[in-house]
Design a protein around this ligand. Structure first.
Ligand SMILES: [Zn+2]
Length: 343
C-alpha cells in the first residue's frame, strides 16, 4: 500500500522493515514509530489535512494488523522429533542426552511404610477416588442436605457436579457395602484408604489445596472406642519405633459418634517440648470416632449388631514432622533440590 503523506509513508517503510526483522511480530504494533503518528495526529489543527492524515494512519494500522494476523495463522513447518529418542534427533551429530534417574516421592515413600505396618495388622488397602459425587462426599456420611457441617469441606466441583473429594471418607459407604457379606460370615471389615484429597484453601506453609489422607475403617461385632485407641496407638508406636502415650478429646464429625481428636505424646522430644509439638509435649494428629449408626445403616449394616470405628489423618503432616519439613507446598512444587534429598 502506498501512502500520500510523506510522514506516514516513511513510518510505513520503517515499520515494515521492523516487522521483517522482529521475532515477535506483534511488537510492530507497539513500535514508537506508530505511536509517534498518533501523537502527531493529536496536535494537528482540525481540518481537511488532519482528516486525511488520520485516514492514512488508520490505514497503516490496519495494514500492520493484517500482516500480524496473517503471520500468526501461517503454519510453521518444523522438523519432526522423536520424543522417545535418548538424543536430539535434529542435532547435526546426535549425542546421548544426560540421564538422571528419578526417585520415589517422599509422600509415597512414607505411604509405603504406613501401608506395610497396617498390612501386618491385617488391614487391606483401597485407594480413594480423585473425583466423586455428592452422595459419597456427604449424604452417605450423615451430612444432612444444606447442613453447615458441609462448609468445613469446601472443595472443587466440576461443571458436571462431580466433587474433588475433601476427605478419603468418600470411600466408607463403598467399603462397608463391599464388606457386608463378609461380616455376616464372621469376617470383620479392616480397610485402610489412602488417597489424594482437595480443599479450597488460602495457601500457606501449613495449608495446601492438594494433600494425602489415610482413612481407616474397622467394623465387627462388639467393637468399641478402646479398640480404636489401641489400634492407633499400636500403629504409631510401630511407626515411630518407641512407646508413646495417647489421649483423646471430644470433637464433632457428622459421620462418627462419639467423635474424637486424637493426640500422641511427642515422639521427637519425649514430652520435654520442642518445635514440632510447639513446646506442648503433645501432637494432635487426626480425627476419629465410632462410625455413626446412620452411616452403617446407609450401607445396609445393622448398627444394633455391628459397630466400628474410623479415623482420618494427613500423610503430608506425618512426613513433615518426621523430616522437619517446614512448608507443605514443597511436596507439589516439583522442586528437584527438595525431592533429591529423599532419593
Ligand atoms: Zn516435641
Amino acid at each position: 500500500m502506498r501512502y500520500q503523506n510523506d510522514e506516514v509513508s516513511a513510518a510505513a517503510a520503517a515499520l515494515k522493515k521492523l516487522f521483517d526483522r522482529a521475532e515477535d511480530k506483534r511488537s510492530v504494533l507497539r513500535a514508537p514509530e506508530l505511536a509517534a503518528l498518533y501523537d502527531r495526529l493529536k496536535v494537528l489543527p482540525a481540518g481537511k489535512a488532519r482528516a486525511e492524515f488520520g485516514k492514512e494512519v488508520n490505514a497503516l494500522k490496519s495494514e500492520l494488523d493484517q500482516m500480524v494476523r496473517e503471520h500468526s495463522s501461517a503454519s510453521v513447518v518444523r522438523k519432526p522429533i522423536d520424543v522417545t529418542a535418548p538424543f536430539d534427533v535434529n542435532a547435526p551429530e546426535p549425542k546421548l542426552l544426560p540421564l538422571s534417574s528419578g526417585s520415589k516421592h517422599p509422600l509415597m515413600k512414607e505411604l509405603d511404610n504406613i501401608l506395610e505396618i497396617f498390612g501386618r495388622m491385617g488391614f487391606t488397602a483401597i485407594e480413594s477416588r480423585q473425583l466423586d459425587d455428592d452422595y459419597h462426599m456427604f449424604s452417605s456420611l450423615n451430612f444432612p442436605k444444606d447442613h453447615p457441617a458441609r462448609d468445613d469441606y469446601d472443595t472443587f466441583v466440576t461443571n458436571e457436579g462431580l466433587i474433588a473429594p475433601a476427605h478419603t471418607s468418600t470411600m466408607q459407604n463403598r467399603v462397608l457395602k463391599a464388606g457386608k457379606s463378609g461380616l455376616e460370615k464372621g469376617e470383620g471389615i479392616r480397610v485402610i484408604i489412602p488417597g489424594r484429597v482437595f480443599r479450597n484453601e488460602d495457601l500457606d506453609a501449613r495449608h495446601e489445596h492438594t494433600f494425602y489422607q489415610l482413612e481407616g475403617v474397622y467394623v465387627d461385632k462388639g467393637i468399641h472406642a478402646g479398640h480404636l485407641i489401641a489400634t492407633l496407638q499400636a500403629f504409631l508406636e510401630e511407626y515411630y519405633g518407641q512407646a508413646l502415650e495417647v489421649k483423646t478429646q471430644p470433637f464433632y464429625f457428622p459421620f462418627t459418634e462419639p467423635s474424637f481428636e486424637f493426640a500422641l505424646s511427642c515422639p521427637f522430644c519425649q514430652k520435654k517440648g520442642c518445635q514440632v509439638c510447639s513446646y506442648s509435649g503433645w501432637i494432635e494428629l487426626l480425627g476419629c470416632g465410632m462410625i455413626h449408626p446412620n452411616v452403617l445403616r446407609e450401607a445396609g449394616i445393622d448398627p444394633d449388631v455391628y459397630t466400628g470405628f474410623a479415623w482420618g489423618g494427613g500423610i503430608d503432616r506425618l512426613t513433615m514432622m518426621k523430616y522437619g519439613i517446614e512448608d507443605v507446598r514443597y511436596f507439589h512444587s516439583g522442586n528437584l533440590t527438595f525431592l533429591r534429598q529423599f532419593s
